[in-house]
Design a protein around this ligand. Structure first.
Ligand SMILES: [Zn+2]
Length: 439
């Protein structure tokens, strides 16, 4: 277990109302009084660094079981630790899917053997994620799942959604929804001016908003708990806001890429919207690494999402870390798989909003620690004395070049390759053990 002294960092822990520059002492894996450290303790100079409770990502694809060629528990959790995370919730669109206590149990065994951070599995809503038959809602929760999701798709059958939300009301666990009406979502990018210019079939915002509205209605009907994944449109969060204002239990997450990237990225722009990050040259259009679901939306949506974040309508961030091998991302944009690598870019992309003056450090940390802990219903990590050390040291101004070698994730599907980013996690301590340390 770790014993060390982290000196002169800015400690930010919104849950404990801490924001001050001081030393942080860790002994035998716990946060202790600096006076109680041995004389020969290892000292980490953290001047210019921000020290926070380690982060939690509610939306990650670890690709195991069955899709090891994209990511494994080992590589995915190493990427999480490198990004500053102590815990991830993983999605069930694996092979087989996480639809039974047996598959969930086997995954958790794998995590115990190979994990670099905690993993909280999310079970499917329907068997095999096929949208036809309910899973045993109680049994999968008992096996360790923290909620249910058919992520990758919406569950088209409203009767199944109703029953899952009734289970949610009974068990106090969230139904975590990917909102997409497939009947009108055949395209490869957002439907709008840019898709028309590029001649690529688009996905209208309405495809997402229709299902958000349906699922909010079913939540009101059942008294369950809905957690809306990766809201990407201004209208989408507006619908959620209306139901929340009526007291319906709807929580929501927003992704860094939907806040700082737009459909103009598909046309080659590499401007990080809502930030003051350096401008880089245009890239070639139709980079398959800009293809994601829900798609990158117009700049106006990035602004509406930011406003909703500032107004408190998003509970938390999440990355939707969706690793894909090179073979899944052929040059033909319409054939490329949807999804971007996310874990190792969470800090630089969201801290960029802080640097631009749009978000306080306190709000940033709150939405990556205390609030996502509530979604998973786990104790929030804290920097207070006596707590088990779940701590991340971030160097907000440290520059690093994004190369395949700089990343821990097995897949390198990111449109940020070749770019210099500002800000990274230099040390991540998970349950008392150092799981990441930058050279
Ligand atoms: Zn999704």
């Amino acid at each position: 277990m770790t014993t060390l002294l982290i000196r002169n960092g800015r400690l930010v822990d919104p849950g404990a109302d801490i924001d001050e520059v001081r030393d942080l002492a860790i002994r035998d894996g716990r946060i202790v009084d600096t006076a109680s450290l041995p004389a020969d303790v290892e000292v980490i100079d953290a001047a210019e660094c921000i020290i926070t409770p380690a982060w939690i990502d509610v939306h990650v694809h670890l690709r195991q079981p069955g899709l090891d060629y994209k990511e494994t528990v080992q590589t995915g959790t190493a990427a999480a630790a490198a990004g500053g995370f102590m815990a991830v919730a993983c999605m069930p669109n694996t092979k087989p899917t996480l639809d039974s206590p047996e598959v969930i149990g086997a995954l958790l065994d794998d995590v115990r053997a190979n994990g670099h951070c905690r993993v909280y599995p999310i079970a499917t809503i329907t068997r095999g994620r096929e949208g036809k038959m309910d899973v045993d809602y109680d049994a999968v929760i008992e096996a360790g799942a923290i909620g249910w999701s058919d992520d990758g798709d919406s569950t088209p059958d409203s009767a199944i959604m109703r029953r899952c939300l009734e289970a949610s009301a009974r068990l106090g666990r969230p139904v975590i929804v990917h909102c997409e009406d497939k009947a009108i979502a055949h395209g490869a990018m957002n439907e709008g001016e840019v898709s028309r210019t590029l001649g690529v079939e688009g996905i209208p915002s309405a495809a997402e908003e229709i299902i958000i509205a349906r699922d909010c209605m079913l939540t009101e009907l059942t008294g369950g708990w809905l957690h809306v994944c990766h809201v990407s449109t201004g209208r989408g969060i507006e619908i959620i806001q209306q139901y929340r204002e009526r007291g319906v239990h709807v929580t929501a997450e927003v992704m860094p890429h939907h806040l700082v990237m737009s459909d103009e990225w598909v046309a080659g722009s590499r401007e990080l919207h809502n930030t003051i990050e350096p401008v880089v040259a245009m890239a070639a259009p139709l980079d398959p690494n800009t293809k994601v679901n829900p798609p990158l939306r117009p700049v106006s949506d990035t602004q509406k999402l930011l406003k909703a974040l500032q107004d408190g309508w998003f509970d938390c961030f999440g990355t939707d870390h969706a690793p894909h091998a090179e073979s899944d991302k052929p040059a033909d944009y319409t054939k490329a798989a949807m999804g971007m690598s996310g874990l190792e870019f969470a800090f630089p992309l969201t801290y960029a909003l802080v640097r631009a003056g749009h978000l306080s450090v306190n709000d940033l940390v709150l939405r990556w620690t205390t609030e996502p802990a509530k979604i998973l219903r786990i104790e929030a990590p804290t920097l207070t004395e006596g707590a088990v050390a779940n701590v991340t040291v971030f160097a907000p101004e440290q520059e690093w070049l994004v190369t395949p070698e700089s990343l821990q994730t097995k897949s390198k599907n990111t449109a940020l390759l070749g770019r210099t980013l500002r800000g990274r996690a230099v040390m991540t301590i998970v349950d008392g053990e150092v799981q990441h340390r930058a050279e």
